[in-house]
Design a protein around this ligand. Structure first.
Ligand SMILES: Cc1ncc(COP(=O)(O)O)c(C=O)c1O
Length: 391
């Protein structure tokens, strides 16, 4: 490997959300944090160089997204995701993907309207819907032959005149599915028939660990292209969450104008200056780093799966096709959710995201972030094994 994913970097002094507030947030100072979705790896040196070069110019005033920002994204989507023909004016501003789906809710629905999600799912989807005064409609995923699938009949049944949109997570956090083309086709068919907007959160699009390639929802068909708002960012792929930079790609002019109105109304047009150069460097020079990252993450996943199979066989790790967030069924430990959380924190000394946060279907699950040096993963699993043995 050219790049280093093994070095453990102490993030505690960095005011890191994941590492620096362990005692305050959990009551346990020495928990290993494997919850929030960022990685404990150094960024690609190509990105660090670009940020340093910009930091050396000592004016950090209001700055617009550059040609390099847009061109890098357009080329990346074509090369990595087979989406050609994206026009620059289809790319709209968003400071982050969470902000992006909040804007989309405000743009395409009114208070009291219904928005569909597919739980267990990324919990800020639910907050965004309720905080904006809309109603959550759950279209829960089903487990069929040991893996999660969508329930199209339930989806179609639940869409009525007040239902304006679905927030799709693709790849899906936390269940780790990378939706196959034919699965997305069926979803698009229902959304087309019932005439609702698809907001496709594709923040994990580059983090593909299994055999299925990511398909951008918008590329399913011309109909899909016309009703999809695609939210993307370099933040998960390249570990840039602190640079708050993302984009909404919207083909349909009416949807685009409505979204842009929300941006104008909120006066949120200013991009993080380092995010601009970091995104350009990531998408133009970061591919080799990403390829090695994926090899490393696949190695971590294999380590996790084998360790659990051998040493804690009661736990079930769902197939992790995409994202670096493993979804683990802990039912066999025989606890209720609150006890499971306490067990992980106080006995295993692991800070994980408990399944219940992700809505229905999450009970007795834990989400484990495996984007860390292998030595840290080994330590974490060692702690878990020891704690389970003492039960
Ligand atoms: C599905 C999904 N969307 C959005 C985000 C966060 O996006 P941002 O930090 O750009 O707001 C995450 C982070 O974990 C995520 O998993």
């Amino acid at each position: 490997m050219v790049y280093d994913f093994d070095t453990v970097i102490d993030r505690t002094p960095m005011s890191s959300t994941k590492w620096s507030f362990r005692k305050e947030r959990t009551g346990v100072a020495d928990v290993l944090p494997m919850w929030i979705a960022d990685m404990d790896f150094a960024c690609a040196p190509e990105i660090v160089e670009a940020v340093k070069a910009r930091a050396a110019i000592p004016i950090y005033g209001y700055t617009q997204r550059t040609d390099g920002y847009y061109d890098g994204l357009i080329k990346w989507m074509k090369k990595r995701h087979r989406w050609s023909g994206i026009q620059r004016d289809w790319i709209l501003f968003s400071p982050g993907v969470v902000a992006g789906f909040n804007y989309a809710i405000q743009a395409y629905s009114h208070p009291g309207d219904k928005v569909i999600i597919q739980p267990p799912c990324y919990y800020p989807f639910m907050d965004a819907i309720t905080n904006n005064g809309r109603q959550i409609i759950n279209n829960p995923l089903k487990i069929v032959e040991g893996n999660y699938v969508m329930n199209y009949e339930d989806l179609e049944r639940k869409i009525d005149g007040r239902t304006k949109m679905i927030i799709l997570c693709s790849p899906h956090n936390p269940v780790g599915r990378v939706w196959k083309r034919n699965e997305l086709e069926q979803l698009v068919d229902v959304c087309e028939k019932k005439d609702i907007v698809i907001v496709s959160d594709e923040i994990h699009n580059d983090l593909i660990l299994g055999k299925t390639m990511h398909t951008p929802t918008a590329t399913i068909s011309e109909e899909a292209m016309q009703r999809t708002v695609t939210l993307v960012a370099p933040s998960k792929t390249f570990n840039l969450a602190g640079l708050t930079t993302s984009s909404a790609i919207i083909r349909n002019k009416k949807l685009r104008d409505t979204y842009q109105n929300i941006i104008e109304n909120n006066r949120t047009r200013n991009t993080n200056i380092f995010g601009i150069v970091a995104q350009e460097a990531a998408y133009t020079k970061g591919e080799a780093w990403l390829e090695e990252l994926l090899v490393y993450l696949r190695g971590n996943l294999m380590y996790l799966e084998e360790f659990i199979k051998e040493k804690i066989p009661g736990l079930k790790v769902y197939p992790l096709e995409g994202t670096y967030l493993a979804w683990v069924d802990c039912t066999s430990l025989g606890m209720v959710d609150e006890a499971l959380k306490e067990f992980m924190l106080r006995k295993a000394k692991l800070w994980l995201d408990e399944g219940l946060m992700f809505g229905c279907g999450g009970s007795m699950f834990m989400r484990i972030n495996i984007a860390c040096p292998r030595s840290v993963l080994k330590q974490a699993l060692g702690r878990l094994e020891k704690a389970v043995k003492l039960l």
